[in-house]
Ligand binder design. Sequence first.
Ligand code: ADP
Ligand code: MG
Length: 255
Amino acid sequence: MLEVRGISFSYAAGRKILDNVSFTANPGEVLAVLGNNGAGKSTLIKCMDRILTPLAGDVLLDSQSLFALTRREHARECAYVPQSPPGGSMTVFDAVLLGRRPYISWDATARDREIAREALDMLGLGPLALRRLDELSGGEAQKAAIARAIAQEPRVLLLDEPTSSLDPRAQHETMQCVRRIAAGRGICAVAILHDLNLAARYCDRFLFLKDGGAYACGGRETLTSENVEEVYHMHVHITEYMGIPMVVPFPNINL
Ligand code: ADP
Ligand code: MG
C-alpha cells in the first residue's frame, strides 16, 4: 500500500500550499487526484517524487519511507510524468530507454532495450520510435513521457494531467493503458485529472484536494455530487449510461 502521511509544503515562507495532506492508494489501482486549479495537485505529486521537499510528512510504500531511499533507489520505485514533458533532439526510443537509467550501471543491455520497446508498443508509439521528441505533437510527446515512466518499471506511477493534450480517443486509450498496467503489474497509479468523466470511468479511488487539504479520499462511494459540488463549486448530477458512470455538470445553477 502507498501511504502519504501528513505532507505540508509552502513555496516560500508564508502560505501553506499543502497542509497535513494524508491519503492511501492501493496496488493494482488508479487513484484520481481531483481539485480546482491551484489546489496543489501538481505540488503534491512533485513532493511525492521528491522534486520538491515538503516541510513535513512522509510517503511510505509497504511501510518503507520513500524519502529514506537514495535517488537511484527512489527512481526504481517511483516514476513521474510531468504535465508538459520536455522536448529536445533525442529520438523517442532513446527518451524511453532513459527510463531504464536507474537500473543501468554501464550501458543499456539487450533486456533494457526490449523493455523500452515494449513500453513504446503499449502506448502505440512503435512507428514513431526514431522520430525526434521536438518533432512530435503535444499528445505524442505526452505518450512518449508515459512510455518512459513505464519503462522505469516503478511501483508508484505519478501522472500530472496525462490526458490534457490528447484527442478524445487517445484520452481513453491512455487511461485504459494506465489501468491495465496498474492492475497487471500491481502498481499504484496516481493521476491528476480534470475530466471527471475520465476519472469516474477509469479510476478506482478518488482524492479531492481543497484549501490545501485532503477534503475526501476513498473508493467509488466518494465520488458523490456533494463532494464534487463542494470542491468544484458547481452543481452536478452523477448518473450512469449503459453502466458507464457519468458526471453531468450544470454550471449555471447557483449552489
Ligand atoms: P494545481 O496543480 O492543483 O493546479 P499547483 O500545485 O500547481 O496547483 O499550485 C498550487 C499553488 O502553488 C498555486 O497557488 C500556485 O500559484 C502556487 N505555485 C505553484 N508553483 C509555484 C512556484 N514555483 N512558486 C510559487 N508558487 C507556486
Ligand atoms: Mg497542476
